[in-house]
Ligand binder design. Structure first.
Ligand code: AHR
Length: 705
């Protein structure tokens, strides 16, 4: 093929050069050849607690550190309010016994809620109280009703009885001064601006005089004329002296489907729009935890919030587990997707594992119980527990994955562990497909050899957009007799904290390959899905740099990668249409020093990618074309087969002027898909595909009368 030009495109692009071919680009869609079936579960979602995905993300709770366990030495997220000549103090109680006077070490609500916040008010002044900053602000919106609740007990300083023989240890903090107990009466609960000038909403609860914990609830409604803001905080205040203890302080805005303890409506809608077929949860690293005791504790994430102690997450912060195991399942229900359950496989991130055999048995039994909670009838032990938790109907489950990324376990223990789990799961639930986290092709030296080949293996790919494009034909060569493939985590990575258009082009190129091979690639999900973008300085509000959906407390947006995911799944047929491409332009990345040393110079790779599927019921063909170059690409489209095409169709394009253009929280719609009607469709026609674009052409058939 003769080169027309050698154009160094000024994008990314001191590093990549594009070769445009002299001959016209041509794509031939051959409807006379049978295409493979498209997997009905091809596109799904993956989630875990990372980047404040739930606490400070999807989970609608607005109070940070509501049970005061986030930090053992300080009440993170909380501050004291002291106005007029008020004299008050706050102290974390119980998290760290060394800091607590001996006569104060008795304020747990139950075994889950063992830490609380004490407010001592010696002089009430104008008012004294506690304030919560929320997750990077409390979002206040007009005409909105918030549900606030908290546990409180109020007391003066009754001299507590001590056990005979008990002497406070040397150096123990001095007991508090005696404060008159005047706690009974109104307590004000309010949403206020950070500058203290505006009260957006307030209400009162009537505190009873009691040394026992009481739960208080109040609704706070904002006026219609306020401007949405996240420069606000939540306050509980008093005008009377006393000693007040607080725990499980909660504030919920309206939630999706009005579920109590539910999710944010904006982010839920974004997922619903993607029409995903499954949700892989609870991780990711979050499934495993750093140490053996830190794995996702599904049982203690069930039931009333009062019974949930939370646990150590694996991304540097504690998980409240308010979005617990049943909430994951209800999230699936609300988004109309199936759960894809990952069960802890006996290996944790820092490298410890449980040996297969009797030591692993309790973990296998735990996984069987977990599956029973999801799928069992109300006549089973765990099915009855699910019903008691409010969801009698079982959930549909087809896939269970054992562990996460066990290729990190270099001891080779996964073979034995996987088989022990698989045998037990298959014995009790023969209808379930059990996924191995080690792909035969990706890790041939580590693959499962005991027993049968896994039915499905999970492969992960995080790479640069160029590397995704280079490997877009990855699955074309896979052995069809091997296991089915689940691409359980993948992303093209460029642009932080949400990926840019260049990433979306890499994603789309990679997805053309998965879609073309979706007889083999039965499921796929991008990762990570969520990121709280509020704070870019250390400690940042995120831990992973390349993510799909960004938000702060007030609003959310989709990255170009989000729109690519949404478009690929929206325009998807049930059969792949075989395509041949001619004259496809190529691109070549600049050689690195390592290339020169190894003598392996970079080779040209395609710069355009394509796939087509057909809905065999309606006849509609969805042709997806990715143009990664900065040049418009005219393409002749040739449709072979005895079909009558409608002259009009639709075109959806995601594009921008520069490949590194992106969406942000302040400019959320810079790169969004645009839909238009197109005409002139016939068995051979030409369309020009825009620079840096993902395009989907819908070609319709004329319906027989
Ligand atoms: O998606 C982020 C992390 O990447 C996941 O937790 C882990 O499975 C992978 O290494």
């Amino acid at each position: 093929m003769k080169k027309l030009s050698f154009v160094p495109v000024a994008l990314l692009c001191a590093f990549i050069s594009v070769n445009l071919q002299a001959q016209t680009v041509k794509l031939t869609l051959d409807l006379t050849k049978p295409g493979v079936n498209v997997s009905p579960k091809l596109y799904g979602l993956m989630t875990e607690e990372i980047n404040h995905s739930y606490d400070g993300g999807l989970y609608a709770e607005l109070i940070k550190n509501r049970i005061f366990k986030d930090n053992p030495t300080t009440p993170e997220g909380w501050s004291m309010i002291q106005e007029g000549d008020a004299k008050a103090a706050i102290q974390l109680i119980g998290a760290n016994p060394e800091n607590v006077p001996a006569n104060e070490q008795r304020n747990a609500i139950n075994a889950a809620l063992t830490t609380c916040l004490r407010l001592t008010v010696e002089n009430a002044g104008t008012r004294a109280g506690i304030a919560n900053e929320g997750f990077y602000g409390i979002p206040v919106k007009p005409q909105t009703t918030y549900s606030a609740s908290f546990y409180m007990k109020g007391t003066g300083r009754p001299v507590p009885p001590t056990r005979p023989g008990f002497t406070p240890p040397a150096g123990a903090p001095a007991p508090l001064p005696v404060i008159e107990d005047n706690t009974a009466g109104p307590i004000t609960v309010s949403l206020e601006s950070n500058d203290g000038k505006t009260v957006y909403a307030s209400g009162t609860v009537n505190a009873v005089k009691s040394i026992f914990w009481n739960k208080y609830e109040v609704k706070l409604t904002t006026a219609a004329d306020i401007k949405p803001t996240l420069d606000a905080h939540f306050v509980i205040s008093t005008k009377r002296v006393g000693v007040y203890y607080f725990n499980l302080v909660s504030l919920f805005p309206p939630t999706y489907n009005n579920r109590p303890n539910g999710n944010r409506t904006d982010i839920m809608k974004m997922m619903v729009d993607m029409k995903p077929s499954f949700l892989r949860f609870p991780g990711g690293n979050f499934l495993e935890g750093n140490y053996l005791g830190d794995a996702f504790p599904w049982k203690t994430t069930l039931g009333p919030l009062e019974d949930r102690p939370g646990h150590n997450g694996s991304w540097g912060y504690r998980a409240s587990d308010g979005l617990g195991f049943l909430e994951f399942l209800e999230w699936c229900e609300d988004v109309h997707m199936q759960p894809l359950l990952a069960v802890y496989g006996g290996y944790s991130l820092r490298g410890d594992h449980i040996d297969a055999g009797p030591l692993l048995k309790p973990y296998v039994d735990d996984a069987l119980n977990e599956i029973e909670y999801v799928t069992g009838s109300v006549n089973t032990y765990w099915g009855a527990k699910r019903a008691a938790d409010g969801h009698p109907a079982p959930f549909k489950l087809s896939y269970v994955e054992v562990g996460n990324e066990d290729w990190f376990d270099k001891t080779g223990s996964y073979d034995g562990r996987f088989n022990q789990f698989r045998n037990a799961i298959k014995k009790k639930y023969p209808q379930l497909q059990v996924i191995s986290t080690i792909g035969d092709v990706q890790y041939p030296a580590l693959k499962t050899t005991l027993g049968a080949k896994p039915e499905v293996v999970d492969e992960h790919y995080y790479r640069s957009p160029y590397a995704m494009e280079e490997d877009a034909a990855h699955y074309d060569k896979y052995d069809r007799k091997g296991p089915k493939i689940f691409v359980g985590e993948w992303a093209a990575q460029d642009g932080q904290p949400t990926t840019n258009l260049n990433s979306a082009l890499g994603d789309a190129a990679w997805m053309t390959g998965m879609e073309r091979n979706s007889d083999l690639v039965v499921m796929s999900c991008y990762a990570p899905m969520f990121v709280n973008v509020s704070k870019a300085t250390q400690p940042r509000s995120w831990q992973w740099n390349w993510n799909m959906i960004g938000y702060n407390a007030l609003s959310s947006y989709g990255s170009p990668s989000y729109y690519t995911q949404k478009l690929f799944n929206t325009y998807l047929g049930n059969k792949v249409v075989p395509i041949t491409g001619d004259g496809i332009p190529t691109q070549t990345r600049k050689a690195t020093r390592r290339d020169s040393t190894s003598g392996n110079m970079p080779k040209p790779i395609p710069a355009m990618f394509y796939v087509a599927t057909q809905n065999t019921k309606t006849g509609a063909i969805y042709l997806k074309v990715v143009n990664t170059t900065g040049t418009p690409q005219p393409v002749t489209l040739d449709i072979k087969g005895m079909v009558k095409l409608a002259g009009e169709g639709t075109l959806v394009v995601l594009k921008s002027d520069k490949a590194d253009d992106t969406n942000t929280i302040d400019n959320p719609e810079k790169v969004v898909p645009v839909t238009s009607k197109i005409s002139g469709i016939s068995k051979t026609f030409t369309r020009t595909f825009d620079p840096y674009s993902v395009s989907i052409v819908t070609i319709n058939m004329i319906k027989a009368k």
